[in-house]
Structures are given as C-alpha cells and as structure tokens.
Design a protein around this ligand. Structure first.
Ligand code: HEC
Length: 482
C-alpha cells in the first residue's frame, strides 16, 4: 500500500501542471468522496462523534481526515481485500485518498458553489423497508456519563400467535453514541425473563451459557449493515420465544438512556433452503484452553473443518475481545488452490461486523477450511485493557478472551443438508476433544477435567484415548448437547 501511495505521489508530481490548471476543490472533488463514504455515519443522530455534511465541517478537520483515510482507519472496514468481494464494502480507492491529500495540501479551496452535489438521500425509515414487526425494550436503561463498559441483556416478550420465519433483523439504538454492539438471542426457556425479574434495573447482566450457545441470531454493530438472508432461507422464530438484546455500552462522557428498537422481517413461506454455521474454533474457543501469558505478542489458536458436500458460503464474521489482533479463515480447494475467506489484520473490538459475500462462494466437497485467531497481550497492543499486561484466559467478561470465526454455509444440493449438519456437529465435538486433549495440561481446570475424563473414558487404562474411547467421549459430548 505504501508503494502505491508513493507511486501516486509521483504520478501526481508528473501531472501537476495540469492539476494546477484545475485545482482540487471541495465542491467538485472532495464533497462527492465525503458525502458518499463518510456522511452516512458522520451526520446528526448517527454513531460518529461529529458531522461531515458541509464545507465548513470538513475543512475544520481536513488534516485529521487525511490522516485517518491514509492509514485506512476511516471509513471503518476491517476485512482485508484479497478474497471474494463483500457486499457494501466501505473502502476508499487510492485515488480518492490522494484527492483528499491534495486538497488539504493546497489549503482546502471551496471551489464553485454551484458544483456542490446535494447530500445523498439517506434512508429515513428502516433500511430494508417496512418491517413485519417492530419490537422495543420495555424500559429505558441508564448509562452513566463515565465508568467501565457495561454489558446488559434485555428481554422482549414477542407473544407471537404462531411460529414465524425470520429473514432479517435491523436494529436502532436510541443512544447511538454509547451503544457499541448488540447481539440477538432467542430464549424458549423463560430463563432470561426470570433473570430480568431478579432486580429493579432493566435487564440482567450475565447471559446464561445455555442461551449463549443456542439461540444466537446475529447482531448489530456500529456501522453494521442490515442483511437479508439469501432467497429461500429463513430462521425459525418459535411462537413461545422471547427476544433478547445483549448489548455492550461504552460511556460517552454524558449520561444517556437506551431504549433499543428492532425491526423484524418475516418470510411468508417456510424456507426452501437450509443453512448452517460452522464456528472455528467452536463455542468461541471455550474448549480451546485459551490462556495467554502476560506480554505474549502472538498467541494463536487454529482449527479446521473438512467440507463434506458441495456448499455455498454467504456470510462470515469474526469475534474476539480486546486482545484479538489478527483473524484469518482460508479455504484450500480440492485442487490445492487457496482462497482467502476472511482476513482481519487489525481487529477492533468496537466493530463486530458481519460480512456478506457479494456472490455465493462455492466450496466443493473436499475443501478444507482453516482458521487462525491471533491475540496480542503485549503492552504494544494499544487496546490491551491491562497495564501492565495480565495473563488472560477464556471467559465471558470483555477483559477475558475468546475468539473464533463463523461462516454460514448452505448445501448446493439441498438433499445434502443433513450430511452437512451432521458433519458440523461431529466437527464441533471432535475439535472440542482435540483441542482439549492438546491443551488440558495448560491450566488447573484443564488438568482437573483431564483426570475426570481418564476415569470415565480411558477404559483400558493405557493413559491415552484410543479411537474407540474417543468415540465414547464424542457420544458423551453429544448427550451433553454439544
Ligand atoms: C460506518 C460509520 C462511519 C463511516 C462510514 C465513517 N466514519 Fe469516521 N468515525 C465513525 C465513528 C463511530 C467514529 C468514532 C469512533 C472511532 O474513532 O472509531 C469515527 C471517527 C472519525 C474520526 C476521528 C478519529 C479519531 O481518532 O478520533 C475522523 C477524522 C473520521 N471519523 C473521519 C471519517 C472520514 C473522513 C470518513 C469517510 C472517508 C469516515 N470517517 C467514515 C464512524 C464512521
């Protein structure tokens, strides 16, 4: 990237006589870039801290804008290029970045006011059109002016007359300045409602693990897009389910009240295509014995999945906490060709985006999918919440760690769906077992678990788990709902 900037500077140098004849101006050159790539967030009522809607607002921050665009901090987009294209990619071209630089270097002339484009028509209503159902938190939740980040779960009773098929969820925070992200869950057990009733403050703090594992329906993050499932696909919304917003707040310096609203979109028809998600490593790494020594700059965990039938991949997203650094998922196709499915070089906890591929990505039977999550627990990681760094293990708090990449797949031939789902279940158990066996000796808990597993499953007491014994363990894990 550095090279191409230099190259552009050179090209700009060569062509400068022409540019002098036609200076870079706000109205003609800069406004179209800003209005189309920045203003959607940088306008009143959105998540960004200031507006970029006119000459004065942009001029005031000209130098800052050059810095944040040159290092691609803005517009925020954390997936590296190099794989299949994503929908609604937010990425400036090198030429656009160079235009901004030239404009600031030439003292930011406004230019001919008649050439100023009008602001784009930002959608007033929901981004996916009129929803079938709108749900809202029953009470507002108070976020203090400052203090640590807050995690809180809010239950909304849906009281549906019948089961529904969900195509999409869009989300609107009432206090966008403090809502970092919200994940959506379904609860058919009443457990969430029970926890909510335990005190007078709206919502409850800790999500029951059972819920965290089962009913995850995606989520919303700052700048996130509202995504419709591809044609023919839908998620079941059982009539007795409660909806849970699991929201992360970051105090902004002034007190705020949050009363989130979500729009639900239903399909009239039951789905004709099934889809499943593969998470590598599974359960956000819960069984991968994540235990990151203080100061460790590159701590990594890997996992893989052998694709059992031809599938289409359509959506991918990564998750980790503050120490997360790099995430990669790649496919090795049956012919040996490598395909980058997702690469995040500079993970930022504040942006929990999901990326939808522009087109279905075909992964033929026999493809191997590999993922690697890298954490940086050194003091060089500016996001490290501990100073000096602290040993960090897997856990639910944001100062604990977790990490995985999840990819959504649908069998090309729907008759293969069951085989796909069975393979995903088997992988989850096998990978849990494999990572557990490889890492059990790394922690106190792990050693305790290992001892119990030996007593239960090492039937011939040879100190190992032979293939037959591993099968028993997988059956046991299946019985535990894994
Ligand atoms: C998807 C929403 C979104 C888009 C699009 C976006 N921004 Fe931002 N921007 C934010 C948010 C949120 C913040 C504050 C949080 C942060 O710094 O990450 C921010 C912060 C900034 C900052 C301050 C950075 C700092 O270190 O404090 C600048 C400057 C900026 N944006 C410029 C731009 C420019 C220029 C563009 C377009 C090329 C752009 N942004 C596009 C959401 C957005």
């Amino acid at each position: 990237m550095r090279h191409s900037i230099v190259l552009f500077a050179l090209v700009a140098g060569v062509t400068s006589p022409m540019l002098e004849a036609e200076p870079v101006t706000f109205t003609e050159h800069v406004a179209p870039i800003i209005f189309n790539n920045c203003t959607d967030c940088h306008r009143p009522g959105q998540g960004a801290p200031f507006s970029l809607t006119n000459f004065e607002e942009v001029r005031k921050r000209g130098k800052f804008i050059v810095d944040v665009t040159a290092d691609r901090y803005m517009p925020p987009w954390h997936a590296a290029s190099g794989g299949p294209a994503f929908k609604d990619e937010r990425r400036l071209t090198e030429a656009q970045i160079e235009t901004l630089r030239q404009w600031v270097a030439s003292e930011m002339p406004e230019g001919d006011p008649t050439k100023l484009p009008s602001l784009p028509n930002f959608p007033e209503g929901w981004r996916l059109g009129t929803p079938d159902m709108v749900i809202e938190m029953s009470e507002a939740f108070d976020i203090p002016a400052d203090g640590p980040d807050i995690y809180r779960n809010f239950v909304v009773t849906l009281a549906l007359p019948e089961d529904k098929w969900l195509k999409a969820i869009d989300f609107r925070p009432s206090a966008p300045a403090v809502v970092h992200h919200s994940l959506f869950f379904l609860d058919e057990t009443g457990e969430a409602r029970k926890r909510d009733a335990e005190d007078d403050t709206p919502g409850f703090r800790r999500m029951p693990q059972r819920l965290e594992r089962s009913g995850h329906l995606g989520g919303w993050a700052l700048g996130g897009n509202a995504l419709m499932l591809p044609d023919g696909m839908a998620d079941k919304l059982p009539r007795n389910a409660d909806f849970v917003f699991s929201t992360h707040f970051h105090p902004s310096g002034k007190p705020e009240k949050e009363k989130s609203v979500a729009a639900l979109y239903f399909s009239d028809e039951p789905p004709t295509r099934r889809h499943s998600k593969v998470q590598l490593p599974p359960l956000f790494g819960a069984l991968a014995a994540i235990d990151i020594p203080a100061g460790e700059k590159r701590y990594s965990k890997t996992d893989y999945f052998d694709v059992p039938v031809d599938v289409h991949a359509f959506l991918i997203g990564a998750h980790a906490h503050y120490l997360g650094k790099e995430m990669t998922m790649k496919a090795t196709l049956p012919g040996g060709e490598l395909l980058q499915l997702l690469r995040v070089d500079e993970w930022d906890f504040a942006w929990q985006e999901q990326y939808a591929y522009k087109e279905f990505v075909l992964l033929p039977k026999g493809t191997r999918i590999d993922s690697e999550i890298v954490w940086d627990n050194s003091s060089e990681n500016p996001r490290n919440p501990a100073n000096p760094p602290k040993r960090t293990k897997w856990g639910l708090e944001s100062t604990d760690e977790m990490g995985s990449i999840t990819i959504a797949l649908s069998a090309v031939d729907q008759a293969d769906s069951e085989a796909l789902e069975a393979a995903i279940g088997e992988h989850r158990r096998e990978s849990a077992l494999r990572t557990f066996l490889a890492n059990a000796d790394q922690s106190e808990e792990g050693r305790g678990w290992m001892q119990r597993a030996r007593t239960m499953f090492d039937q011939d007491k040879n100190g190992q788990f032979d293939p037959e014994e591993r099968k028993l363990i997988r059956e046991f894990l299946k019985g535990m709902g894994l």
